[in-house]
Structure formats: structure tokens, C-alpha cells
Ligand binder design. Sequence first.
Ligand code: SF4
Length: 264
Amino acid sequence: MEKDEAGKIGALRAREGRVHSMETMGTVDGPGTRLVVFCQGCPMRCAYCHNPDSWDPAAGSVTTAGEVLDLFERNRPFYRRGGITLSGGEPMLQPDFAAAVFALAHAAPAGRIHTCLDTSGIAFSAASPERHAALLDKCDLVLLDVKHAFDEGHRELTGKAAGNPRALGDELARRGTPVVVRHVVVPGITDDPEELAALGRLIARWDNVVGLDLLPYHTMGVGKYRALGLDYPLEGVSAQEKGAIPGLRRQVLEARAAARSDRG
Ligand code: SF4
């Protein structure tokens, strides 16, 4: 390896991030079996968040990008069709760390590692896209969590406007980065026909969407709120029935198809 190249790799390996936890055998956040890094810190306050302990950006453990890669390499034989996913919290809050992990993954001497970013897009800004350019350059797949299709609903559900998430969706479409859209279905909040049709119209404008996952809301986070002494915002809302998901998903896809055919 050239001296310059070795120096660059060394600098990438030394980049630090704050990490909430890591899951070495993740099977639900991207293709195959994956190392999933849950980054610390999130500015959103989704009413259904089941990880309120990931909100504080100053908490978590300081971890270097090199440590993440070393952990992957120790288990590499298990990840043949998988890779590394950065999730959260919100991984885009730490763009230098996230970009370093993915750059190292693509340059791994034992073979390129598939990279996947699981994000709500809240930390992206259309006014300063360069802040995340190095990270987005190295994303093989993005799981884009669309919290709510309407701006007002987005504010109510998460405490934040939908502008940044939409701007990230547009940027990924411009880049042609494959995106799987995710949407948590909460009874009475994100499951009504208007909301699902609006979601379909929204994703109709992004040609790079390769998948749609509707995730049923569950109540497993309640205990964490109690342990942290926080009120649970969705007290009394029952879990989403899994059997309803295929029908709800069909509604989104029909609205998407109609919007695309209108577009011509
Ligand atoms: S974006 Fe994720 S981590 Fe942040 S509040 Fe929402 S569900 Fe929780």
C-alpha cells in the first residue's frame, strides 16, 4: 500500500463517533445478515420511538470507525450476503464518522463490504448538501424512514417539519441511490387512506425507490419510557395488527401507480 493511502486509511480508522449499541447479527436492517451500528443522538421525538435512550447526542460510547470495521472482520464469514448498516438514533448527525465507516467498508482489503444507511433524513439540509456528500457517495442502499406524508402530521408525530427528510429523498433520487422507503403504521395516526395515498404520491416522484416496507407499530418501547421516568406519548394506542399490513401497503402502491400514470 502506498504511504499516502495508508495515511488516509489510518485517518479514517481514527474517526470517532458516539454509538448507542451494535448488533452483530442483524437481519432486519438491510439485506442479509449485517453488523448494525446504532448511532447515538436524534433530534426527533417520534411518539412511537422505542429507543428514547438513543436521543441524547452526548451519551453512548465513543467508538472509532476502525473498531467498527474490526468487529465486522472478526465475523466476516457470517456476513457473506450482508454488510454494515448504520442506524440510530440518527446516523446522519455524525456525518464524518458515518462516512469513515462506509469508506473503510468499500476499501476493505478482504473485499468490499455492502453499506446501508437507515435514516429519517432529519439531519440533511438542502442548503448544505456538501455536509453529507462523502457519506452519500458511499451508500449502496438507504432505508428512508418516511414518518408521515403530510408536513403537519410530521410535526405532530415527530416534533419536526418534514422539509429535511423530503430534501434527502430528492437528493437520493438525483443521485440514483437505491432506496427502500419505510413507514411505521400506527393505528389512527399513520394508517388512514388519505395518509397512505399521500405516501404513494410522495414516493411516485422518486424513481430510485426499490422497495416499500410498512412496519406495524408495536408497544415494546413502553417499558423503556417507564424506566427513564418519561410519559409514553401513545398511551392507550394499541399495536398495529400485522394482518392488515398487506392491504395498507397495496393502498400506497395503488396511489403511487396512479400518480406515475398521471405523470405520463
Ligand atoms: S427518528 Fe428514530 S430514534 Fe429518532 S425519535 Fe424517531 S424513532 Fe426514535
